[in-house]
Design a protein around this ligand. Structure first.
Ligand SMILES: Cc1cc2nc3c(=O)[nH]c(=O)nc-3n(C[C@H](O)[C@H](O)[C@H](O)COP(=O)(O)OP(=O)(O)OC[C@H]3O[C@@H](n4cnc5c(N)ncnc54)[C@H](O)[C@@H]3O)c2cc1C
Length: 412
C-alpha cells in the first residue's frame, strides 16, 4: 500500500457474510470496520449447515483449515416412508458443519478493535465517491465503500429499494439441533451416519449429523429441518402469535412460539414421519422460520453494495446461503484487487457477476420448493413438473454440490 491512501470500508452486519468480506478486504490492505447490531458474540446461534468445496476454499484462502472440529462427514442419503421402510438411497459424502464452527475462526481472525458490537445501522448518505453510515447511537462512519451484509431484513437494501420486501413462500422450516449424547444408545445406533429424508405429501424433512456446538472432537448434534406448507394466511398469523396474544409479523422469536404449536408439530411427526425421525424430533426443541425469496435489482449503487442474504435470499433447499455469502465476498475482493484504481469499475463487475449468480440461485431454489408451495397455495395452476416430489429427484438436487449445477458455474 506504499504511496497509496488506505481505502476504508464499512461493513454493516457482523455475521458470516460480513466477516468474510471484512477479513478479505482487510487482507487487501483496506481499513475495515464491521458494525453489528447485536450487543455480544453471535456464536450461540445454533444451526447446522451443509458445506460446499468452494466454501472450504474461501476459508482455506483465509488460512482456516477445515478440521474435524469444523466438519462431520455424513454418509448415504436415505429416504424413509411413514412406516420406516427405505424408499430410496443415494450414495453421498458431504461435509456438514455448524454455523458457529464457521463464525468462530472468522471472528477470531478479524481485528477485534475494528469489530463493533451493539451498533445498529440506520441509514447512509451516498455520493461523490464517499459514503457515510449513520448509527442508532448518533455516531457516523465515513468510508469509500459501504457493504450491506445485514441479512434477510437488510436496512441497507431497504434504503436502496424502498418497498422491496422479502416474499413469503407459503411455508416454514421447523428447525432443531439435538445433542447426540442426550439420545438413547439404541436411537443413536439406528440413526448411524446417514443423511435422512422424509417426504410426506407436499413436505420435506431432512436430518443429518453436524459437529456438536460444544466443539469437542467426535461430538455430534443432529440437525433437523422440516419444511411444512401453511395453508392460509390466518393459520400463519396464528403460529406467529405468542401466548400473550401478541402477533410477531412473519418472524416470532423461538422462545415465544406457543407450547401447543410445538406440541402439534410433534404430534404430526408421529402421524406423518418414519418412527426413527419422529422419535428424534420428539426429543428436540423445535422452532420455526418462515421461508422467503429476496431478489435485489442491483447489488451496487454508488459506493454501496449488498452481499449475502442482504443481496439475495434463496430458499434453503439449495443449501447455499453461507457459500453464496463467501463467494460474494470473494468476488468483491477479486474485483477490487483487479482494478484498485477504480472502485466504481470493481463494483460494476461485482454487480454483474454476483447479480447473475444470485438470480439463478433464487430461481433454482424456487423450483426445488415449488411442490411445497403448491400444497400451501393450491389454486395457482402448478404444473406436474413443479409438483414433482419423487425422492430420486429431490435427493439428487437438494443441496447438490455447486460443481453439479451447470447454471451456477459462473465466473467469480
Ligand atoms: C431453514 C434454513 C436452513 C438453512 N440451511 C443452510 C445450509 O444448510 N447451508 C447454508 O449455507 N445456508 C443455510 N441457510 C442460510 C444461511 O443461514 C444464510 O444464508 C447465511 O447465514 C447468510 O449470512 P449473512 O451474513 O448474509 O446474513 P445473516 O447471517 O442474517 O447476518 C446478518 C447480520 O446483520 C446484522 N444486522 C441486521 N440488521 C442490522 C443493522 N441495522 N445494523 C447492524 N447490523 C445488523 C444481524 O444481527 C446479523 O448478525 C439456511 C437458512 C434457513 C432459514
Amino acid at each position: 500500500m506504499e504511496g497509496q491512501i488506505e481505502k476504508r470500508a464499512v461493513v454493516i452486519g457482523g455475521s458470516l457474510g460480513g466477516l468474510f468480506a471484512g477479513n478479505l478486504l482487510h487482507d487487501l490492505g483496506w481499513q475495515v470496520d464491521i458494525y453489528e447490531r447485536v450487543p455480544d458474540d453471535l456464536a450461540s446461534r445454533g444451526a447446522g449447515i451443509g458445506t460446499h468445496s468452494q466454501l472450504l476454499s474461501v476459508l482455506a484462502g483465509l488460512g482456516i483449515a477445515l478440521e474435524e472440529r469444523l466438519g462431520a462427514e455424513s454418509g448415504d442419503r436415505v429416504c424413509l416412508d411413514r412406516q420406516g421402510n427405505e424408499v430410496h438411497r443415494t450414495a453421498w459424502a458431504h461435509i456438514m458443519s455448524g454455523w458457529a464452527n464457521v463464525y468462530r475462526p472468522l471472528k477470531d481472525r478479524f481485528p477485534a478493535a475494528r469489530y463493533h458490537f451493539g451498533k445498529g445501522f440506520i441509514r447512509f448518505e451516498n455520493g461523490d465517491g464517499r459514503v457515510v453510515a449513520c448509527f442508532d447511537d448518533g455516531s457516523q462512519a465515513h468510508a469509500d465503500l459501504l457493504i450491506g451484509a445485514d441479512g434477510l431484513r437488510s436496512a441497507v437494501r431497504s434504503q436502496l429499494y424502498p418497498g422491496l420486501e422479502p416474499e413469503y413462500a407459503g411455508y416454514v422450516a421447523w428447525r432443531a439441533l439435538v445433542d447426540e449424547h442426550t439420545l438413547p444408545a439404541e436411537l443413536r445406533r439406528r440413526l448411524g451416519n446417514v443423511y435422512w429424508f422424509g417426504l410426506p405429501p407436499g413436505e420435506m424433512i431432512v436430518a443429518y449429523p453436524v459437529p456438536a456446538r460444544d466443539g469437542a472432537p467426535g461430538h455430534r448434534d443432529w440437525n433437523i429441518v422440516w419444511y411444512r406448507p401453511i395453508v392460509g394466511d390466518e393459520a400463519f398469523r396464528d403460529m406467529c402469535t405468542d401466548a400473550q396474544g401478541r402477533q410477531h409479523g412473519p418472524g416470532i422469536p423461538p422462545p415465544l412460539v406457543r407450547p401447543e404449536v410445538v406440541a402439534a408439530v410433534k404430534r404430526d411427526a408421529h402421524a406423518l414421519l418414519a418412527p426413527l425421525i419422529a422419535e428424534l424430533l420428539e426429543r428436540s426443541q423445535p422452532f420455526f422460520q418462515a421461508i422467503f425469496d429476496v431478489e435485489s435489482p442491483r447489488l451496487a449503487v454508488g459506493r454501496v453494495c449488498l452481499l449475502g442474504d442482504a443481496a439475495f435470499v434463496a430458499r434453503p433447499h439449495v443449501g447455499m446461503g453461507v457459500t453464496k455469502a463467501a463467494l460474494d465476498a470473494l468476488c468483491l475482493y477479486r474485483s477490487l484487487q483487479m482494478g484498485p484504481e477504480s472502485i466504481d469499475a470493481a463494483l460494476a463487475r461485482y454487480d454483474r457477476l454476483r447479480g447473475e449468480f444470485g438470480r439463478r440461485c433464487v430461481a433454482r431454489a424456487r423450483r426445488l420448493g415449488a411442490y411445497i408451495e403448491a400444497r400451501a397455495r393450491p389454486g395457482r395452476g402448478w404444473s406436474a413438473e413443479q409438483r414433482d416430489q419423487r425422492p430420486e429427484r429431490l435427493m439428487r438436487e437438494v443441496a447438490a454440490s455447486l460443481s453439479e449445477i451447470p447454471e451456477l458455474a459462473l465466473e467469480i
